[in-house]
Each structure stands twice: as structure tokens, then as C-alpha cells.
Design a protein around this ligand. Structure first.
Ligand code: CO
Length: 332
């Protein structure tokens, strides 16, 4: 059973927008994201690098921030969502504050008014309505490199309380395209706002942690082309899983780990979900087609590892362990 969805939520989150990651070596990470993913640098200084995908008009969808504290899997500083209107930010501030959740206005370069909040499990979020814009580069084919990543597509987070977090985002208008259950227990909620399959996947596991963020590719051929590029560069150890095809969302995928261990999914071929009258697709934990219709088995690291989440006031959010995560039915 899924929690009820508020189709007229109190404020309008429109899509997953950007991620802020801590990296230990800014130059090394910059090289990874530009030469392997094909992102372009919009702006950079000694402490931060602002990147965007080729079709993105927004100033950035990924901000790499220098940090000397890259722990296991690195640290995810914030995940960002866009809201449609300025006034949505004011409503959001009151909404989070009324629930006793952290909320504070922040100064974020190249963005309009920016609100920092945390969801109930402690994931630090960033909301804004506007950002500086730059020309889209999707038809500047001479500039395309690596996987030619076009746009940020979604985040996946891990939490032991899948249902509780799904209920929180359902109240903000996030709907499920698909979901995963073990008996009556909700283990995966694949949620969206923008009308495709995903903006936020919530999956059972020790958390809060950021499992991955995904960039959308124009076609599956870029995935195999990228594997060849990695082979030519003796960098195939960056590949953690794939290529393959998930049953859930029909995604053609490849998972990479960046130099700090942050996981990136390269993703294509999902479907539209804007109509209000369809039923989310239910998957059973014991149906292995859910996570791979074909392709090699996922390594245990894919199930068990993820980036730590920076707390609202700095430091890391303590990870609550999941008892279920290590069960054989889960890890396959
Ligand atoms: Co994904």
C-alpha cells in the first residue's frame, strides 16, 4: 500500500535540479565529470566547480565543492529541487518550520532566493525558483565528450523507513511511477514531479545516504560508447555495474563511481507519467527482473554503499542501520 498523494500540494516542487557534492581533489573530479560524463563547466574558482549537462539552460546541475573530509563514499552536501514560483519558497519555509524541520534562507551563488531545509530523515535539501541561465549546448555537437550527458534526471536515497519518507514526499505532490514491496512492506518508492518516471527514488537501506544521482543520455549507444572510452583510457574500474536494463522504469543504465566514490547513473529510455489516472506498477522483492531484465549481477557494493549526507549544521548525519539490507533476497 502506498501513502496518499496530495495532487494539490502546499507548494510546487517542479523537478530534481542539482546536487552539491564534497570532493577531495577538485581538479581530478572536474576532469572526471567533463571528460567521462561530458558535462560542461559553467563557472569555477579555487573552491568550487559549477557544471551543467549539454541540454541544460540552468547555470548548474552539479556543484563540486572542495573538502578535506571525503570519508567513505565521499559526502553529499545537498540535493536540490526547483519550485515553480518565488512564493512557493515562502510557503515551503513555513511548511518545514511548522513541522519542526530545519529551514533557513541561504546565499547560493548564481541562484535566486534559496531555501535550505531538511527532510525528516536528515537529507539536506536546497530549493530555489530561479537560477542564472546559459545557452543550451545540445546541438553544439563539436563540444560533446564522453557520455554526452544531457540533463540531471533524478536522485536515489537510502533510508530504513521507506514508507515514512515516501509519505512525506507524497504530501508534497510526488507520485509513484513504480514501487517495490516485500509482502506489505514498502521497500522502494520511485517518485516523480516532472512527468517522467523519476525525480526521487527512495529505497530501503541503511541511511540517510545518497545512493546515486542520474544523468539522462539521448540514447543507449552513448552508454556502450562510454564503456569503450573508459577501456581506451584504462579507467574501466570506474564502472560499478552495467550496462543493463532495469525492470523498474525500463531504464537502460550504467553505474559509475567518481574519484571520491560518489555513484552516478547514466540513464535513458523511461516513459511519461503526467496523466492522473494510471496505477503505479507494483514489483515484488523476489522478482529479480525488477532490478535487471538482463545484464550482469550487481556487486554487493551497489546494494550496500552510498554517500554520507551532510547534516544541516555541518558534520554528517548519523546512519541508521537497516536489518533487512543484508538479506539474500535484497542483495540480488
Ligand atoms: Co536511478
Amino acid at each position: 500500500m502506498l501513502p496518499p498523494v496530495d495532487l494539490r500540494p502546499p507548494f510546487g516542487i517542479s523537478r530534481s535540479s542539482h546536487a552539491r557534492l564534497c570532493v577531495t581533489d577538485l581538479a581530478r573530479s572536474r576532469d572526471f565529470y567533463t571528460s567521462i560524463l561530458g558535462l560542461v563547466v559553467t563557472e569555477e574558482d579555487a573552491d568550487a566547480c559549477y557544471l551543467r549537462g549539454l541540454e541544460e539552460a540552468c547555470h548548474h546541475s552539479l556543484v563540486l565543492q572542495r573538502s578535506g573530509e571525503g570519508g567513505e563514499g565521499g559526502t553529499a552536501r545537498r540535493i536540490g529541487f526547483r519550485v515553480l514560483f518565488e512564493e512557493d519558497l515562502d510557503v515551503a519555509y513555513r511548511y518545514f518550520a511548522d513541522q519542526g524541520l530545519p529551514a533557513a534562507w541561504a546565499d547560493a551563488p548564481y541562484q535566486g532566493r534559496t531555501l535550505h531545509v531538511s527532510d525528516p530523515i536528515g537529507t539536506s535539501l536546497e530549493l530555489c525558483a530561479t537560477m542564472e541561465t546559459r545557452p543550451r549546448l545540445h546541438i553544439d555537437f563539436d563540444l560533446h565528450k564522453g557520455a554526452s550527458a544531457q540533463r540531471l534526471d533524478h536522485f536515489q536515497v537510502l533510508t530504513p523507513d521507506t514508507y515514512g519518507l515516501c509519505a512525506f514526499y507524497s504530501a508534497l505532490g510526488f507520485r509513484n511511477s513504480e514501487y517495490l514491496e516485500h509482502g506489505e512492506e514498502l521497500l522502494g518508492a520511485f517518485m516523480y514531479r516532472k512527468g517522467t518516471c523519476l525525480d526521487l527514488a527512495i529505497v530501503h537501506g541503511s541511511g540517510p545516504r545518497l545512493h546515486h544521482f542520474a544523468y539522462w543520455l539521448p540514447d543507449g549507444a552513448r552508454v556502450s560508447q562510454l564503456c569503450d572510452i573508459l577501456a581506451g583510457a584504462y579507467e574501466t574500474d570506474r564502472i560499478e555495474r552495467g550496462p543493463g536494463r532495469h525492470g523498474i522504469t525500463n531504464a537502460y543504465f550504467l553505474y559509475l563511481r567518481d574519484p571520491d566514490g560518489h555513484r552516478i547513473e547514466l540513464y535513458t529510455s523511461d516513459y511519461l507519467s503526467v496523466d492522473p489516472d494510471f496505477e503505479p506498477i507494483r514489483w515484488n522483492l523476489h522478482d529479480s527482473r525488477r532490478q535487471a531484465l538482463w545484464g550482469g549481477h550487481a556487486p554487493k557494493s551497489w546494494f550496500l554503499e552510498g554517500s554520507l549526507v551532510e547534516a544541516f549544521d555541518g558534520g554528517w548525519v548519523k546512519v541508521e542501520e537497516s536489518e533487512l539490507q543484508g538479506l539474500p533476497a535484497y542483495v540480488r
